[in-house]
Write a protein that binds this ligand. Structure first.
Ligand SMILES: C[S@@+](CC[C@H](N)C(=O)[O-])C[C@H]1O[C@@H](n2cnc3c(N)ncnc32)[C@H](O)[C@@H]1O
Length: 499
């Protein structure tokens, strides 16, 4: 279908988000690409649904915030907004998006940090000739190769390790970090964790020493915005600093054009420690991420600072338009009045696809944040957590009832969802029974952003989500209006019930 055939009559701002980019979004760029988050949804989709289903100043709620990208869209579109997530990391990242430091202030802070720690960090990666190593290739416990970045007119070099290099590595091998809180893992083979897994399994002692030294200096920063931005720069680069960066040796093998070169891969979902892996210079990882953030802030269209509160009632009682709350969605909803939200637009945990808190443990440890595993809505392979399908469906159902209560009449609930197993859909399928007044309007499929991290990397994992639309109304006219509006979307499916 041609783009010009797709006509929506609701809000003139819609023209700014072409329909093809809603259905097949662009890759994450700028701020959206700064930090990894599993199941991050494209900003085009947030913008489209908010403009279609609400007007300025109306209240939008996302109870499962994740990466928090929706918050900037809501703020830019001048909607009131409440964002909630149980993951302290998510709320911290969203706060960064709301109140970014000025690019030049962040640059200055980075330069000061460099002056304070770079010299010591360099000493940990120094070769016998005084050059600084950028990468070490390990096969299990055996050091195979060292790379040096080009410098002083010399090209990038690959060197065999010497005794000097091995001794330097061993000097820090038992390092215990002082500035991160201890990690808490469960036996979960799906994400390669066990109760006994420690930080020293994930990083070399040398990497931990250097991460700790950056963290020590960052924590001393008196400016909260810079402290947050630098801490999140560290969490954003943590994966590449770990023992979880695989080495690519087979590129082009299937096409018969294998160059024989070893390339640097990236940290993937979970805590898999590949036998053949790279140890990368911690400062280089940090500085590369910092440069990305500087670029993103400098290129930003719109304000770097949006006022927000941590108290949801401020959205009703004061002129603050945005509230961000860390906690369990159902408990935070209990603080909200009836019939206040025009749109609940959300992407809840999809069955057993991603155990968010278990995966974010490394980041929350750097941020020094405690985590409430108990209240997470998820199905986890970690048996000890007791996060079963029944308990997941029960929590989602209770939550949906609360959604019905806080929605205005004629308000909408847009849920982004997909799950392979039928019983992970149970609570959504019975939504109309458990939530009086809520009616299913229809759904359409949405692809992930190009190049994004997939929700599910298991064999046969799903590569697409559905946007399911419900409306709180007893008017047939209202439901028909929504169906008419969305029916020009390719693959829109309306129906009288989700089943
Ligand atoms: C699918 S992700 C959201 C991804 C997000 N839409 C994005 O674009 O990045 C689901 C989120 O639900 C959060 N979550 C899980 N249980 C929760 C609970 N009880 N209350 C609030 N948030 C919860 C997880 O921490 C996770 O961030």
């Amino acid at each position: 279908m041609k783009n010009e055939q797709l006509k929506f009559d609701f809000d003139p701002r819609f023209s700014e988000v072409p329909i093809h980019s809603v259905l097949k979004p662009n890759a994450y760029k700028g701020l959206a690409g700064f930090h990894k988050y599993w199941g991050k949804k494209p900003t085009e989709c947030w913008n489209f649904l908010i403009t279609q289903l609400t007007r300025e100043n109306e209240l939008v709620i996302d109870p499962f915030l994740g990466s928090g990208l929706i918050t900037r869209e809501a703020a830019d579109l001048k909607r009131r907004f409440i964002g909630i997530d149980i993951n302290p990391f998510s709320v911290e990242l969203t706060k960064l998006f709301m109140e970014l430091p000025q690019a030049n202030e962040y640059k200055k802070a980075l330069a000061a940090l460099r002056d304070e720690v770079k010299h010591e960090i360099d000493a940990c990666y120094m070769l016998s000739d005084g050059r600084i190593a950028s990468h070490y290739l390990w096969e299990g416990d055996s050091l195979k190769l060292i790379w040096c970045k080009p410098c002083n007119g010399r090209k990038k070099e690959e060197l065999p390790p010497s005794e000097f290099d091995v001794e330097l590595f061993q000097k820090h091998s038992r390092y215990q970090p002082e500035n991160m809180r201890a990690l808490s893992f469960f036996d979960n083979s799906r994400i390669n964790t066990s109760k006994n897994l420690t930080i020293n399994d994930l990083f070399t002692g040398r990497a931990l020493r250097n991460i700790d030294s950056i963290l020590y200096s960052v924590k001393k920063h008196s400016d909260i915005l810079l402290r947050r931005a630098l801490s999140l720069t560290l969490t954003a680069s943590l994966g590449q600093m770990s023992n979880m960066v695989f080495a690519v040796t087979h590129r082009g093998k299937t096409s018969g054009r294998n160059s024989g070169k070893t390339e640097v891969g990236s940290w993937v979902i979970g805590y898999w420690r590949p036998k053949l892996h790279f140890e990368i210079n911690v400062w280089n990882c940090f500085e590369n991420k910092a440069k990305k953030l500087i670029k993103a802030i400098s290129e930003l269209n719109g304000s770097t600072s949006v006022r927000y509160s941590e108290n949801v009632s401020d959205v009703f009682n004061t002129d603050v338009k945005i509230a961000l709350s860390e906690g369990d969605a159902k408990s935070v909803f209990a603080q909200l009045p009836d019939s206040c939200a025009r749109l609940i637009l959300t992407d809840p945990p999809h069955g057993d696809r991603i155990p968010y808190l278990e995966l974010s443990e490394m980041w929350n440890s750097v941020l020094g944040k405690p985590v409430d595993f108990e209240q997470e809505i998820v199905i986890s392979n970690a048996k000890e957590r007791g996060k079963t399908t029944e308990n997941y469906n029960e929590s989602i159902s209770e939550f949906l009832v609360e959604c019905g209560r806080v929605m205005t009449n004629d308000g909408c609930l847009a849920i982004i969802f997909n799950a392979k197993k039928k019983d992970h859909w149970n609570s959504l399928e019975s939504i109309e029974k458990i939530t009086p007044g809520l009616r299913y309007a229809g759904c359409f499929p949405m692809n992930y952003s190009a190049g994004s991290v997939v929700q599910d990397n298991r064999k046969g994992g799903l590569k697409q989500d559905y946007i399911l639309l419900f409306c709180k109304t007893d008017s047939e006219k209202k439901i028909s209006e929504i169906r008419r509006k969305f029916s020009s979307l390719p693959n829109w499916k309306d129906g009288s019930s989700l089943q």
